[in-house]
Ligand binder design. Structure first.
Ligand code: FE2
Length: 276
């Protein structure tokens, strides 16, 4: 754990290969497949992209913080509004409360080892606010532009920590994560907030996003990447024939003040829980 903390403090992230077993991954993938199979696209299809804030302001997105919803890839539809690929190959992600609402996701997300890591990284009372199953589909997997996760989970002091699990091998060809080592010491550029029921991105700092010096995190299935909330990261579009499934959890310290402006709010009806 000392090495983990050292790497995390120095680089803003740490990689733990082989953290999840093939069996655990298979169980999560099977459950995600099932959720997509049961999803009726006419149900209020929402297209997720960090480029399109209008989509984010959609109630479908805002209500997903306490439910389980599927979001389409931006390029899933042709000009006539028809899916280019089967539904199963068109979903960008599932979000954002599977870890609390679905037994298979609950089992994957609640793990004493994750609690140990969170404590070692300085979260005194870890609370898991969000889960996302990210498909990064073959051919149409969308770009996720440079951002810092702390902009989505503001706490005072800043504590949000990302747990990113590779469910498939992730490489440059299928859109792996790219990070800026040490970039967690840079200021928070943007903050995604809800004011008067409207979701919006606020500009906080004009520090440019990295244009050079980024590192691709090429990892094998099973790896866990933990990273600091202010670490700039992005992932390129996936134009390859291979998907790049990943699962993420976002945890904050329950001892820090959680901003009432954050898009994802929990209350007594569905309180955020820890890793154990
Ligand atoms: Fe992110």
């Amino acid at each position: 754990m000392l090495d983990l903390r050292t790497a995390f403090d120095r680089d803003g992230y740490a990689v733990i290969p082989g953290f999840k077993s093939p069996e655990e991954i298979a169980a999560l993938r099977a459950r995600a497949e099932r959720i997509v199979r049961d999803f009726d696209p006419s149900d209020g299809a929402a297209i997720f992209t960090t480029k399109d804030q209008a989509a984010k302001s959609d109630a479908y997105f805002l209500e997903s913080g306490t439910s389980v919803r599927c979001f389409f890839e931006e390029d899933a539809f042709d000009a006539d509004g028809r899916l280019r690929q089967p539904k199963e190959l068109s979903i960008n992600k599932i979000g954002h409360a599977m870890h609390d609402l679905d037994a298979a996701f609950d089992a994957f997300s609640h793990d004493a080892r994750l609690q140990t890591i969170a404590l070692a990284l300085g979260l005194a009372r870890p609370l898991v606010y969000q889960s996302m199953y990210i498909f990064k589909q073959p051919n149409i997997g969308g770009e996720v532009r440079w951002h810092q996760d702390a902009g989505f989970f503001d706490t005072d002091p800043s504590t949000v920590t990302t747990f990113w699990f590779a469910l498939e091998d992730a490489g440059r060809s299928n859109g792996c994560l790219w990070v800026e080592p040490g970039g967690h010491r840079s200021p928070l550029r943007q903050r995604f907030v809800v004011r008067d029921g409207r979701a919006q991105m606020e500009e906080l700092d004009a520090t440019p996003w990295p244009s050079a010096g980024a590192t691709p995190l090429e990892v094998r299935a099973g790896a866990l990447v933990v990273f600091h909330g202010r670490l700039p990261h992005y992932s390129a579009p996936n134009r390859s024939a291979k998907s790049r499934h990943a699962y993420t959890l976002h945890a904050v310290d329950g001892d820090a003040a959680y901003s009432p402006l954050n898009w994802l709010q929990r209350d007594a009806r569905m309180p955020a829980r820890g890793f154990v």
